[in-house]
Design a protein around this ligand. Sequence first.
Ligand SMILES: NC(=O)c1ccc[n+]([C@@H]2O[C@H](COP(=O)([O-])OP(=O)(O)OC[C@H]3O[C@@H](n4cnc5c(N)ncnc54)[C@H](OP(=O)(O)O)[C@@H]3O)[C@@H](O)[C@H]2O)c1
Length: 234
Amino acid sequence: MATSAKPDTDRPTALITGASRGLGAAIARELAPAHQLLLGARTPQALEPMLRELPGSAGWPVDLTDYDAVARAAAGIERLDVLVHNAGIADLGTIADSSVAQWRNTLEANLIAVAELTRLLLPALRAANGHVVLINSGAGLRANPGWGAYAASKFGLRAFGDALRLEEPALRVTSVHPGRIGTDMQREIIAGEGRAYDPDEFLTAETVARVVRNAVETPRDAHPTEIVLRPIAR
Ligand SMILES: NC(=O)c1ccc[n+]([C@@H]2O[C@H](COP(=O)([O-])OP(=O)(O)OC[C@H]3O[C@@H](n4cnc5c(N)ncnc54)[C@H](OP(=O)(O)O)[C@@H]3O)[C@@H](O)[C@H]2O)c1
């Protein structure tokens, strides 16, 4: 693990996957003032800018679909207050055009990897009566043409969250369903749709990150179970 500072044991610990850019980086900025952060991405290099920007944080580089490596990376975490499952992929296509590899890769990254990382970290989460935040999508509530595999992965993620909430009543489990956000992922999607990218069409990562922080900071007498966010109509 590429640690850039010694852990501050007085502050709650939060692990954010996919924190190298996009929404995950924005969530890291929001949680940084009150948390000791572990920042996930596939490689140490991808995390360098965020570790420079948030010098109290530590890198947690691992490919979340390499389960032996994930088990090794999770082994040192004994107590975890907040786990934000943010890493995800969008490999879009119609059902007619989607290959088995596309379905497998999407379900693997967006659903199976989340289940396995949660399983590995359950003892650490239980030790802290922790909070699991699942970054889902509007596509986890309704499936549009061309989004079959992605929507299936996010519908599955919602079911995973529902089951986890009932099986682990000491934990809080929040499913966040944003509409389109202006990130690298969205730029690629818009390019694939053959349209010009207009940031005003989308939620900002900063706004969605603020909502995640509000969920995490919700007083303990409440359990924010599902949050749906859409861009304002302009
Ligand atoms: N953008 C949107 O419009 C939108 C809307 C609703 C929901 N969401 C959801 O929001 C989340 C973040 O999306 P984003 O737009 O910020 O995406 P993004 O800009 O494409 O960033 C994806 C992040 O996930 C990491 N990642 C992907 N696969 C990984 C793997 N196998 N192992 C480890 N890390 C991996 C990437 O790390 P590397 O830097 O190492 O590649 C990167 O940090 C996703 O779950 C997405 O489905 C996005």
